[in-house]
Design a protein around this ligand. Sequence first.
Ligand code: FAD
Length: 413
Amino acid sequence: MRTAELSTGVCIVGGGPCGVMLGVLLARAGIDVTVLEKYPDFLRDFRGDTVHPSTLELLYELGWLTDFLALPHDEFRTAGASIAGESVEVADLTHLPTHCKFVALMPQWDFLNFLAERGRRYPTFHLLMKTQGAGLIESDGRVTGVRAEGPNGSIEIATKLVVGADGRHSTVRDLAGFAVEDLGAPMDLLWMRIAKHPQDSTQQLGWVRTGHMVILLNRGTYWQCAYLIAKGSFDQVRAQGISELQGGLAETVPMLRDRVAELDDWSKVSMLDVRVDRMPRWHRPGLICIGDAAHAMSPIGGIGINLAIQDAVAAANFLAAPLLAGEPPTESDLQRVQDRRMFPTKVTQAFQTFVQDRAIGPLIKGAPVTRPPLVARLFDEFPALRRLPARMIGIGVRPEHIQTPDSRESIAP
Ligand SMILES: Cc1cc2nc3c(=O)[nH]c(=O)nc-3n(C[C@H](O)[C@H](O)[C@H](O)COP(=O)(O)OP(=O)(O)OC[C@H]3O[C@@H](n4cnc5c(N)ncnc54)[C@H](O)[C@@H]3O)c2cc1C
């Protein structure tokens, strides 16, 4: 089969929150951009569902917030947990300095479809689904393109900049030979659906008992359920039989006791490998990695999507000017993106590894949980303290703002 050739200003490998957001912002600024996504659609259950106040603020800055919030979604303004049967409030987002003082819960495929639809309003936005970045094209030590496999065969894509936004198992970072520092994670997640009944409590996101932790995400008609297991123990958990899993779930979340039998087959349970890592250097001439490709985030705090979106905004802010001038970004342009985003990455991962090491690791090894830990009791007792976790979850460290122009606004009527 003949290899097709195409040329684009920027080739982004990976159509997750990071890649699609960057693609939309660059196309909006008038830059020709091609996003490659290996799957035929965004419909995958294992994607996180949280759209944070900082991301909603970016949608506000783009003028898209009202349309976005018209899509079906749920909102949470406070977050609670049930620990050893006791309910505690741990976060209060209602004081955040953002237009939306809540996390929107929306299936990520709806969020990505929304962004892609906005992108398609710009003629320079190209999203190639079912197209996998498989190789890099290099010339004189510089990355000058991507080899991709699409539905109609191979494509050679020449470009001024390749962006690796292909997530935790990034092909681009492997192909580019980047070093990766592994920060470790004590747990993996089992990810499954279970029916939601009208009388179910929606106050608690997290449910904790000795040996078990469960996160319930409200997806309207059902719960998306994350069940923590010790790292690498999935084979052992399976060998114990599905009734053990049903029992653990029923014991940890008593309101689900009447329907855990729905999970009667392992085909209804996916195992998600949790990783926390980062690359000391995010770029080479002609290429940069951002989002989980540069720094895989743990699900703790549900802040990985937020960080990935913020990386995309920072990258657009720093790289749009040289690209609009028709120049490939220099190494110092790419370093500015890394310098800007490394600090929030390190602080967020330090928070996640602290929680993993101090709370989750001991918990899944069976450390007894007889009552909520002191920090949770303090949050519960003193409402003002709940603003701290709300700030970390809702806004994060060093929030970004849209600085790139809208090319349509500069077109004379
Ligand atoms: C179990 C679990 C639950 C989580 N829940 C949450 C949550 O609720 N909230 C939250 O904020 N964060 C959550 N996170 C973290 C969050 O999912 C990530 O931090 C975030 O998705 C990173 O976005 P990204 O765009 O960088 O990468 P990804 O979301 O991983 O997107 C990468 C995209 O690239 C595509 N791709 C991969 N390789 C190629 C290739 N070679 N060619 C073309 N395309 C390719 C993939 O199909 C994917 O669409 C969770 C993480 C885990 C492990």
